[in-house]
Design a binder for this molecule. Structure first.
Ligand code: ATP
Ligand code: MG
Length: 404
């Protein structure tokens, strides 16, 4: 027997009162994005659950993708059969025979939304239960905690059977908590930060600073690949490439070594904030982790953060590096992150960055630069592309070209 549909149950949504439909519709759109590579699938969302009609698509593949989408509490694959007692009995027998092993306990839970059906749910439970005993005389019925709870639903168009429930990713549907700008390097931490923001429903746009020719096309592609990996949790993400070469050269020329990092970070923060404002984002998200490197002491964070009042979410700020790595491995970003392409910050990184930069000094050094002009030119030069969960055909061609 082949699964006909997948029934999706919502997570924390149930507590969301009158916003419920907004949440459900957002989740439907996210599922649509993530599953867009399966052309035959169709999706219908209702107040209580979302139905994904497979129309012949492989269940295992779809299930794998579904387990990643935030806002799904659990889902069940469902068989569809004709609303005929003989057919129903045969289906129930086949399913239970497939599942059977010695000592297995079961129960049948029927729900009848088509009230014109010839038997009511109690009679159906008895009839189908008896049909199971006919083929498996040693099986035991168990009402409280059966190993298998075979759910039978009589709807208007057909009967639907399911017995399996797969745990979803939990969290909130991406987009239901507003939008934030993720400062995405090619490193290990920022993709994990992005993942955690997505988990709580923040739709992210990925802001990546590139400094060609100091940084390679490989570094840019790495950031894009990381973004694509993040689309698996809730759908398409806008990737924003910021030209950062002029600023890095300017800073390098006019700033004492020890303050290069602080000034660079302040520019990144200002530019990200300007992009956020233009694109109606509400927060900035980054991958800073306390004490990990010189730019991530509390003193540094204070000096860098001083350029904006916008809330900055730092999802991995209190995590140990090993904890971040574990999560990066679990969400499949780690292997991309460790590809050896230089980031703009590594290239211009001073040997001994200041771990306790003084705001007074920072401001004095910045006075040597045309801060506004530099920021405005970088913002004017951004390139925005939409990243989708699957590689587009022209990208495949590019990849093949690169390999040849
Ligand atoms: P990551 O692993 O995310 O690169 P990191 O430990 O290397 O972090 P830093 O290099 O100090 O730390 O960067 C701190 C944060 O600044 C990053 O997590 C990221 O959010 C942001 N950032 C750094 N470089 C870039 C970049 N080229 N483009 C966008 N954001 C960046
Ligand atoms: Mg980094």
């Amino acid at each position: 027997m082949q699964y006909a549909e997948i029934m999706v149950r919502y997570g924390e949504l149930s507590t969301k009162g009158k916003n419920r439909m907004r949440f459900i519709n957002q989740l439907r759109r996210n599922i649509q994005h993530v599953l867009s590579c399966y052309p035959d699938i169709s999706i219908r969302a209702t107040r209580d659950r979302t139905h994904i009609y497979l129309n012949g698509t492989d269940y295992q593949l779809v299930a794998q993708d579904l387990t990643k989408i935030f806002g799904i509490q659990a889902f069940s694959p469902v068989y569809k059969v004709e609303k005929d007692l003989v057919v129903l009995k045969k289906a129930v027998q086949t399913i239970m025979q497939d599942l059977y092993h010695e000592g297995l306990t079961f129960k049948i839970s029927t729900k009848r939304s088509d009230h014109s059906f010839e038997l009511d749910s109690r009679d159906l439970n008895q009839l189908l239960g008896a049909a199971v005993f006919e083929v498996l005389p040693k099986i035991q019925a168990q009402m409280k905690t059966p190993d298998v709870n075979l759910k039978v639903e009589i709807r208007d168009d057909a009967a639907y059977l399911s017995h399996e429930e797969i745990k979803g990713a939990g969290g909130l549907p991406v987009g239901t908590s507003g939008r934030g700008m993720l400062m995405l390097s090619g490193g290990i931490d920022s993709p994990v930060a992005g993942y955690l923001a997505l988990k709580r429903g923040v739709a992210i746009e990925a802001v990546h600073f590139a400094s060609p020719p100091y940084t390679s096309p490989g570094a840019l592609k790495k950031a894009q690949d990381l973004t694509r990996q993040l689309t698996k949790f809730g759908g398409n993400i806008q990737f924003i490439e910021v030209p950062f070469t002029e600023i890095q050269e300017e800073i390098k020329e006019k700033t004492p070594e020890a303050y290069l990092m602080t000034l660079t970070r302040r520019f990144m923060m200002r530019i990200t904030d300007a992009i956020r404002e233009a694109r109606q984002g509400m927060v900035i998200i980054n991958g800073e982790s306390l004490g990990q490197v010189a730019s991530q002491t509390l003193e540094s964070m204070q000096a860098i953060n001083a350029v904006t009042n916008t809330p900055v979410i730092r999802p991995v700020v209190t995590m140990d590096k090993l904890e971040i790595i574990e999560l990066a491995q679990a969400i499949d970003t780690f292997d991309i992150s460790i590809q050896p392409f230089e980031d703009c910050c590594t290239i211009f990184a001073p040997d001994r960055p200041k771990t306790n930069p003084k705001l007074k000094n920072v401001e004095q050094y910045e006075a040597r630069l045309d801060v506004e002009g530099l920021v405005a030119r970088a913002v004017a030069g951004i390139k925005v592309t939409e990243i989708t969960p699957q590689i587009e055909q022209d990208q495949v061609t590019d990849l093949i070209d690169q390999l040849l």
